[in-house]
Design a protein around this ligand. Structure first.
Ligand SMILES: [Zn+2]
Length: 430
């Protein structure tokens, strides 16, 4: 298949999903798909309309076209350290300890920058156009990683819109002086204020400090909450209560919320009502959760998928996404920042089918809104011609094969989608 060698062309008989084409009234099939022609001119979508069967144009014969992906929760500062620092036992505590040791010993600016760039090239080749990464900001790492992030964001501007959130256990906020400096650093870098929350006696007080700092600096918030099977872990609810208390007007994204799936129904519904009322968005990290949660060391088999209650959340109008999270580091041994893989795995782990409904928004339009990216994650006339052409013509074809031969189109033109070779990082692996 040869792509049109022109700035202006028409893709005929493309199959797009109605949930990703706002404002278009199209006759969709039972899976939400519609056949359209897409006219592209000078890097933008000039027009989308029902397929006409008019001769000419670049015939897609019903192949699926999705808007480029938005990956709203990653850790590209940690990515690809697995060969030199594996998780000793596949547990969450093992991941924490291994990553901490690697960070202290090896995360120089060059080390972080090269692994980040490798991750960005990978994500770009798979069709991602925007990404939020968390940055381990435990002293003194913040002095190293934030400048690297700012340089990387510049280098990648126009290819991947890169955002960063600071990451540390929320107990670090007890050191008010250090935290005030951290908040200033994040604000200076136009980042997002983040932390890991878990149950501790002064959690509400620490959340208050974070919400006040976010309001003061005009920052959005992004938490890792309750990444555990402990039914007593209810920091998601505490975050929602803090949002009410502060009448917080920025955006709040909360990741993981695994324990919610282990709690009694009534308690869960109360929490979800508070989350919905506070306008909080939730991102589930299905691959990482499946790997770390319910990990057993007594030769028994895991019985829990680890993911949070996305269906119940969506039913309440809570914006829900799925994202990559960790890639080839002690928190997850695998992964490739491929959002098609994330969507495929989410379909299986979280049942994004029967019906598919508008779940495709969870890797596109919804995270784009959470990240305040206008016009990303949808296909619309007047919008950028940033999309992915797959081989699959329906969900079972799309989600059964890796689709490694997908065509990623950016600004109307196919990109060179070669993946970087792992051996590039060999000299960093010791
Ligand atoms: Zn994470």
């Amino acid at each position: 298949m040869t792509f049109p060698n022109s700035r202006t062309y028409r893709l005929s008989s493309a199959r797009i999903h109605s949930s990703l084409a706002p404002g278009l009234s199209l006759a969709a099939d039972g899976d939400g798909f519609a056949l359209v022609d897409i006219e592209v001119a000078d890097g933008r979508i000039a027009r989308i309309g029902a397929a006409t069967n008019v001769a000419g144009g670049f015939g897609l014969h019903g192949r699926i076209v999705l808007p480029c992906f938005v990956d709203c929760h990653t850790h590209i500062d940690k990515g690809h350290i697995w060969p030199r620092q594996p998780n000793p036992d596949g547990s969450f505590m093992g991941a924490l300890a291994a990553t901490g040791a690697d960070r202290a010993a090896r995360w120089s600016a060059e080390d972080v920058a090269r692994r980040m760039d490798f991750s960005l090239r990978t994500a770009y080749a798979h069709g991602t156009k925007a990404m939020r990464t968390h940055l381990d900001s435990v002293a003194p790492q913040e002095e190293i990683s934030w400048p690297v992030f700012e340089a990387m964001r510049e280098r990648w501007r126009g290819r991947i819109e890169l955002q960063a959130a600071c990451l540390f256990g929320i107990e670090a906020v007890r050191d008010r002086g250090w935290f005030a400096g951290m908040a200033r650093r994040v604000a200076g870098a136009h980042g997002v204020l983040g932390a890991v929350t878990y149950m501790m006696p002064d959690l509400d007080e620490l959340l208050d400090v974070m919400f006040r700092a976010a309001s003061e600096h005009g920052l959005d918030l992004d938490f890792h909450a309750d990444e555990t099977d402990d039914v007593g872990a209810v920091s998601l609810r505490r975050i929602a209560e803090a949002a009410h208390r502060h009448r917080f007007e920025g955006k709040i994204l909360v990741g993981h919320c695994c324990s919610l799936a282990r709690q009694p129904g009534e308690e869960v519904l109360g929490t979800l009502d508070k989350v919905a009322k506070a306008g909080i968005a939730v991102v589930s990290l299905p691959m990482c959760n499946l790997y770390l949660q319910d990990r057993r060391h007594d030769a028994t088999t895991p019985r829990w998928r680890g993911v949070t209650l996305l269906h119940e959340m969506k039913a309440r109008g809570i914006p829900v996404s799925v994202a990559s999270d960790n890639v080839r580091d002690p928190f997850y041994a695998y992964g490739d920042l491929d959002m098609l893989e994330v969507y495929r795995m989410a379909t299986r782990i979280l049942h994004f089918d029967h019906p598919v409904a508008d779940w495709p928004r969870a890797v596109t339009a919804t995270p784009a809104q959470v990240m305040r990216l206008d016009g990303a994650g949808v296909l619309a006339a007047g919008g950028p011609a940033d999309f992915i052409i797959f081989k699959g013509r329906n969900w079972t074809e799309l989600l059964s094969r890796p689709e490694s031969d997908r065509i990623v189109v950016r600004d109307g033109q196919p990109i060179d989608a070669a993946l970087p070779d792992y051996s590039e990082l060999d000299d960093l692996m010791g």
